[in-house]
Design a protein around this ligand. Structure first.
Ligand code: CMP
Length: 226
């Protein structure tokens, strides 16, 4: 494993010592995905969870008429695919790669064994689930209470915490999302999201670079996101 430490930092390994971590990782299977590749579809049966070592995974759902909504873009060290174990049922969202990605998969039955052997792991998994619920609640409130530019500012700041890289002028966020995907994440039309980004760029808050954006004025963006 090249970036093993990223995977070992996931909540699943929180209470283990070196040897235990390595033996659990050794029982996981490496999965490589190319950009655009679908890992699983909403509604499928699934019996494994994934931890991201490298890349970006989008989690989303589509409506009957083909519209799509993105719930999250996850990055290195984050886990997904565990809900269908905790609440037996089909996959609640679809998962696909936004950029070339490397994941490690673990069968649900192996997770059950880990939890039975060390109940403290469950606490760390609950913390991760609680964080996700808070984040989702906030996104839901923003859909109701915030305007599109506010949501765009928030999405950029959120993406910067996962994928941002410090550069002289600010933070460069190589999000790899198409305009359509960014709009699906914000929950607005591509045109409105584009307008908001163009407005931010005109004010000197961001600079757009294809599938990346450089955040130039974090203070303004944070105020706009509130
Ligand atoms: P599962 O239902 O097995 O497959 C889809 C996965 O998406 C799910 O497990 C969770 O791991 C993840 N997921 C579901 N809802 C959210 C959300 N609101 N935010 C981030 N991840 C989610």
């Amino acid at each position: 494993m090249d970036n093993e430490s990223v995977v070992l930092a996931a909540p699943l390994f929180a209470t283990m010592d070196e040897d235990e971590r390595h033996s659990l990782v050794a029982s996981m299977v490496k999965v490589e995905l190319n950009r655009g590749e679908v890992l699983f579809d909403e509604g499928e049966n699934g019996d494994r969870l994934y931890i991201i070592e490298e890349g970006k995974i989008k989690l989303g759902s589509s409506s009957g008429d083909g519209r799509e909504n993105l719930l999250a873009i996850l990055g290195p060290g984050e886990m997904f695919g565990e809900l269908s174990l905790f609440d037996p049922g089909p996959r609640s969202l679809s998962a696909s790669a936004v950029s070339d990605s490397v994941l490690y998969e673990l069968e649900h039955s192996a997770l059950v064994r880990v939890i039975e052997e060390r109940p403290a792991v469950a606490k760390h998994l609950l913390t991760a689930l609680a964080r996700r619920l808070r984040r989702t609640n906030e996104a839901l409130a923003d859909l109701v209470f915030s305007d599109v530019p506010g949501r765009v500012a928030k999405a950029l700041l959120d993406l910067s915490t996962r994928f941002g890289e410090r550069v002289d002028e600010g933070i460069r966020v190589a999000h790899d999302l198409t305009q359509e995907e960014l709009a699906q994440l914000v929950g607005a039309s591509r045109e409105t999201v584009n307008k908001a980004l163009a407005d931010f760029a005109g004010r000197g808050w961001v600079r757009r670079e294809g599938r990346a954006v450089v955040l130039l004025d974090l203070d303004r963006l944070e105020r706009r996101a509130r």
